[in-house]
Write a protein of this length. Structure first.
Ligand SMILES: [Zn+2]
Length: 409
């Protein structure tokens, strides 16, 4: 291997100390003291590795390795350095530190590349403090919605205010944009069990899923739980249970589609009262928007039948749509070649979770490498990837960066 597996692992453990709790979980929310400590630690590591380092207007930490051709578009690599509340030490940081390890190896081997490589520690991907995520990558891609800067935390502090307090200049967010860009490559933990179940070290991401979030409201007729016989009831909870079973079944018929009911509220919500209404969320995702629409179209017919049979009314309201990002086919093929050359067991798979990379959709070709998550744990302290898998990922990233940045031999 070219990369230094121990150095990567030691850095992971060191960054994992910043914002850590006695139970082993880590909390590094945007513009907090821990966030600042992580930023300063990163600046130190990137500088020592030989990169030209700067922190942009919103707090992205960026290390640059200049290419030989100053006019050639840049190659971006990295991941986020924030965590969710009580998260783990691999989400985001593994990708960022693998990028650093890969580029440090390029520097140490005195290899020359044509394109400038940017190693980016993205600011606030998780959005756990302000409820608005991917701030850093949106700014670098040049697609930041300035409304996001007005998002408030639970104390009523806006992102803009918190950034200013942390020493950034959020009004200058447009200066963060990096352009022109040749491509982006991000390594991340899988956060699911596909690779672990199949005994595979790495994954090549086919694309980041498109997401539609709906609120479903079913209205029936409430009444006494004891006095009303089963026949003739208009119980929205029973209708909901059928609706949920149906959407689960319909999603399973598609190749990539996944459907999840994450919240349920019953009204009035008393044990001895038939509900008047129930409201619940539907998070439905797929690589292909067509799959989602096909699934929902079948649900329309099923829904009508449920409405008739139970005497209820079902309303579906779109709350949010997040565009997915197909990964670049030639880049996927290059990753496949590199993994095969290194005899690393791998497969292609979809990313159901969102990532910073999706903000480059339509801006530049993107690729993502997934590293196996043991038991699929993520966003919790049990999150773990083995040192061997981490090293495999960083080695592939190193070879990929040399290919994309145009190694000059
Ligand atoms: Zn992440």
């Amino acid at each position: 291997m070219d990369i230094h597996a121990d150095r990567l692992w030691n850095r992971l453990m060191a960054l994992g100390q910043i914002g850590s709790y006695p139970d082993g979980s880590i909390t590094r929310l945007s513009c907090t003291k821990e966030d600042g400590l992580a930023r300063d630690w990163l600046i130190g590591e990137m500088t020592a590795a030989g990169l030209e380092v700067y922190v942009d207007a919103v707090g992205n930490v960026i290390g640059r390795l200049s290419g030989e051709d100053a006019n050639a578009p840049a190659v971006l690599t990295g991941s986020h350095y924030d965590t969710v509340r009580h998260g783990g030490r691999f989400d985001g940081t593994l990708g960022l530190l693998s990028s650093l390890e890969a580029v440090q190896t390029i520097i140490e081997q005195k290899k020359k590349v044509r394109h400038t490589i940017y190693v980016i520690g993205y600011k606030d991907e998780e959005g756990n403090r302000f409820g608005f995520g991917m701030t850093g990558s949106r700014c670098i891609a040049g697609i930041m919605d300035p409304e996001g800067l007005e998002a408030k935390d639970s104390d009523g502090i806006t992102m803009k205010e918190a950034m200013a307090q942390a020493g950034y200049t959020p009004a200058d967010y447009q200066t963060c944009k990096i352009s022109p860009v040749k491509c982006s490559i991000e390594l991340h933990i899988e956060q699911a069990t596909v690779l672990d179940r199949e005994g595979l070290s790495l994954g090549i991401v086919e694309g980041i899923a498109h997401l539609l979030l709906y609120q479903i409201k079913i209205t029936g007729h409430s009444g006494h739980a004891g006095a009303n016989p089963m026949k003739g009831r208009r119980d929205p909870v029973v209708a909901m249970s059928e609706w949920i079973c149906a959407v689960t079944k319909e999603a399973s018929k598609e190749k990539y589609c996944v459907a999840t009911i994450g919240t349920i509220q019953a009204s009035p919500g008393s044990f001895n009262v038939i509900c008047e209404s129930v409201t619940f969320s539907l998070d439905i995702r797929s690589m292909s928007v067509d799959e989602i629409h096909a699934c929902l179209k079948r649900m329309d017919d099923i829904q009508e039948e449920i409405e008739k049979r139970h005497g209820v009314m079902i309303e579906r309201t779109l709350v949010q749509e997040l565009k997915g990002c197909p990964c670049d086919e030639p880049m996927k093929n290059r990753l496949e070649d590199i993994m095969a050359r290194n005899s690393i067991p791998h497969k292609r798979l979809m990313s159901g979770a969102g990532h910073d990379s999706q903000n480059y959709n339509g801006i530049c070709p993107c690729a993502m490498i997934f590293v196996r998550s043991i038991d699929g744990y993520s966003h919790r302290k049990e999150e773990y990837s083995t040192p061997e898998d981490c090293a495999n990922g960083a080695q592939v990233l190193y070879e990929m960066l040399l290919a994309e940045a145009g190694e000059i031999r």
